[in-house]
Ligand binder design. Structure first.
Ligand SMILES: [Zn+2]
Ligand SMILES: [Zn+2]
Length: 348
């Protein structure tokens, strides 16, 4: 039996925290449910899920649809397109059977690569390797989620680049349905032998747009500030996510022209966060003066998630008094700060 390997390569960098990640998580369950009702897909499609942030990891190895269960999507720091492709190439080498004179191998793998950001590394070398050794035997579709996704690099290696303009729940559903329809279409078309080109389903162009030029593939300006903290009690990481305010703060006799950011939410990450994160420290800083809103800790419920140690670690505190920095283990005496301090911005 010749298989149709399908790889979902999913960006789980910190900017995905919240709505996007939840939509993807639900989307995967929806995808598998739909595909299981398609006899062609059930017979040929095998599915694998790879997550990437600063580093990449296989969440579900290539498995037949009946045995597939959707994995929990983790979070990590950074957006390394290079690491994602590198990992994918390794998975293809290990799991996709190539044709030999004695036997036919698997069908051309179908890859859906989804990202919402700019790559925080330079993927040029990896892209060249992909282009020379993989591009012709893999059908890769790159999907940019939202206006901040930079697809420049990817548009040089695949003609199939799409962007979901706004990532509303409804749009996401349509997007996921399009992926299942594409897998179905492709499984059907290979029923009659190896097709010359990939058969993707038709898509609703009010939801997704095909990227035709490099200009369309570049990202619009940022967007979000994501700050990484760590819970003093559980030692688990969390993310504070802020979005750039659309308008300047202004009243009749006061105007704040400086860029400021409003709190979107605080998101709990798990122990596997570091495993998927870029180990290089980030050098970008932002003044807390421009960040509006300060939430509590999503792990232990402490009232302030935005305490800072001189080592640079952001952590949670209940209030004033004794605390231990979960970064450097220093004993600290916390008091409410006057004025502002600079904190390190997270990558990706
Ligand atoms: Zn906490
Ligand atoms: Zn510290």
């Amino acid at each position: 039996m010749r298989r149709l390997p399908v790889f979902l390569v999913v960006d789980v960098s910190e900017s995905m925290a919240g709505e996007n990640l939840r939509s993807l998580q639900e989307g995967m369950e929806r995808l598998i449910k739909t595909l299981r009702t398609d006899p062609y897909a059930l017979e040929t499609a095998y599915l694998s899920v790879i997550a990437f942030a600063g580093r990449a990891k296989t969440l579900t190895p290539l498995v037949e649809l009946v045995a597939f269960y959707s994995p929990r999507l983790p979070l990590g720091s950074g957006t390394s397109m290079g690491a994602a492709l590198e990992h994918l190439m390794g998975e293809i080498d290990r799991n996709v059977k190539r044709s030999t004179p004695e036997q036919k191998g698997d069908f051309k793998p179908l890859v859906f690569l989804m990202t919402d950001g700019k790559s925080t590394d330079d993927p040029t070398a990896v892209l060249t390797r992909w282009k020379n050794h993989y591009a012709s035997r893999v059908n890769l579709v790159a999907i940019g989620i939202g206006p901040y996704a930079s697809l420049e690099a990817l548009s040089t290696i695949t003609p199939n680049v799409l962007r979901i303009e706004s990532a509303t729940e409804q749009d996401f559903k349509k997007f996921i349905d399009w992926i299942s329809a594409s897998v179905s279409t492709q499984s059907r078309s290979i029923g009659s032998g190896e097709p010359a080109a990939v058969s993707l389903a038709k898509f609703d162009d009010s939801v997704m747009k095909k990227i035709e030029t490099i200009a369309q593939a570049t990202a619009v300006d940022e967007d979000f500030v994501v700050i990484q903290g760590r819970c003093q009690t559980t030692k688990l990481p969390y993310l504070l996510k802020y979005e750039r305010a659309k308008q300047a703060l202004a009243t009749r006799d006061f105007r704040m022209d400086a860029v400021h950011y409003n709190l979107v939410g605080v998101f709990a990450a798990e122990r596997d966060f570091d495993e998927l994160s870029d180990p290089r420290a980030s050098a970008r800083t932002i003044s807390t003066e421009s960040l509006i809103g300060s939430p509590g800790c999503p792990h232990c419920g402490a009232a302030y998630a935005f305490a800072a140690c001189s080592c640079g670690q952001i952590f949670c505190v209940q209030g004033e008094g004794q605390a231990t920095c979960p970064g450097c283990q220093k004993q600290l005496n916390m008091s409410m700060a006057e004025g502002d301090f600079d904190v390190t911005r997270s990558r990706g």
